[in-house]
Design a protein around this ligand. Structure first.
Ligand SMILES: [Fe+2]
Ligand SMILES: [Fe+2]
Length: 376
């Protein structure tokens, strides 16, 4: 008999997806602002396999071979001598802050902001985004090391091992950029932390893939692409382009591995995956509410968050684009419409379903070659 359906309270820890008070309160309770080490219980079995037949899964083997020839060196392939003006590197709100998704409403605390305030906000927002990229990259490093242990297939263990090196490099480059060019960072966002904790905590090996490769890295690939497109800063542009070449492989790894595994799951098991994908989507939406930035700017958080959540989808182009790879990948995995189409309805509710027919990321790594990153 199928287990009783889980409620939003079970899945998210709140019964209303848009419960602003809970979203903000949880952030205030973030203990990782002051501590250095954060321990998470990992409930998985580490699996040996005695089946060493390389290439039993040809697409994964191809990805592994591709990864071996696509390595780059964070120290020598990037020109760290480039001087960066942090105000100019990702200055996307200075000119248009008042009409951006954060401004515009005359009742907001930012209604009287001028160019100077939006310039400061733009810088803080940039530092905050780069800091969350850094923390997310460490999440990817830990998750991929976990996949090496837990996935039962040798081709996947081989490939995941290359991803561990990729993620170490990503932590290295974002850390170095923040340290040497921005000089200041933000602690991990609590919603991102809750998601990473849940991914690592889960005992089922495919949930690491779903949470990390499909959801977190799918979003990261879109977010890096957005920043890469808008930044005029040459070091950041090249850094992001290199990272994107790696990330496209990582998302492909998730899609290719889960496609096979999900074809064998029961409807009840698929429903658990749908719920996990929904939880991840909501956590990532919550993570992009810039709460810590408003706080640092001395602006009351609640009206800013409430305003943002109430905006129609077409006025939140950045937030929307974040889901542009996640939704088609969930569709490719059969998760959107499995069972009674529960995930499709939930994605409709958080206004991201429109991306379902965008290209999925199963093959995108073929278009984002590292050689081209080197030539940028
Ligand atoms: Fe990464
Ligand atoms: Fe990655």
């Amino acid at each position: 008999m199928a287990p009783p359906a889980r409620t939003d309270e079970d899945i998210l820890g709140r019964s209303d997806v848009n419960d602003i008070d809970t979203i903000i309160e949880i952030s205030r309770a973030n203990s990782d602002v002051t501590s250095v080490i954060h321990a998470v219980q990992d409930n998985s079995d580490a699996l040996f396999t005695w089946d060493y037949a390389k290439g039993a899964r040809p697409q994964l083997e191809r990805l592994y071979e591709k990864a071996k020839t696509s390595q780059w060196n964070a120290q020598t392939d990037l020109d760290w001598s480039i001087e960066v003006d942090p105000y100019e590197a990702f200055n996307i709100f200075t000119e248009s802050g008042s009409d951006s998704e954060f401004g515009g409403n005359p009742d907001l605390p930012t209604a009287n902001w001028g160019k100077e305030e939006w310039r400061e906000f733009s810088l803080e927002e940039f530092k905050w985004r780069m800091s969350q990229f850094l923390h997310g990259e460490q999440g990817a490093l830990l998750c991929t090391a976990k996949i090496v242990e837990t996935v039962p297939w040798i081709d996947a263990k081989y490939y995941a091992a290359t991803q561990v090196v990729d993620e170490a490099r990503h932590v290295e480059v974002f850390g170095k950029y923040i340290d040497t060019k921005l000089g200041d960072s933000y602690p991990i966002n609590v919603h991102l932390k809750m998601l990473l904790d849940d991914i690592i905590n889960d005992s089922r090996w495919d949930m690491t893939y779903l949470g990390m490769q499909i959801m977190v890295e799918g979003l990261a690939l879109a977010a890096f692409g957005f920043m890469h497109q808008l930044t005029p800063e040459p070091l950041l542009k090249k850094l992001l382009r290199y990272v994107m070449a790696d990330e496209a492989r990582h998302v492909a790894f998730g899609v290719l591995s889960l496609q096979e595994y999900y074809s064998e799951l029961t409807a009840a098991e698929l429903r658990e995956r749908q719920e996990f994908a929904f939880e991840a989507a909501v956590r990532m939406r919550d993570r992009f509410l810039s709460q810590e930035v408003w706080e640092r700017m001395g602006v009351p958080v609640k009206p800013m968050v409430a305003n943002f959540l109430a905006l129609p989808a077409d006025q939140k182009p950045f937030q929307n684009i974040l889901f542009s790879k996640i939704v088609p990948n969930c569709k490719k995995l059969g998760l959107l419409d499995a069972g009674d189409g529960w995930l499709r309805r939930r994605f409709e509710e958080i206004h991201v379903i429109e991306f379902e027919d965008w290209v999925d990321t199963g093959e995108e790594y073929e278009d984002l070659q590292v050689e081209e990153a080197a030539a940028v």
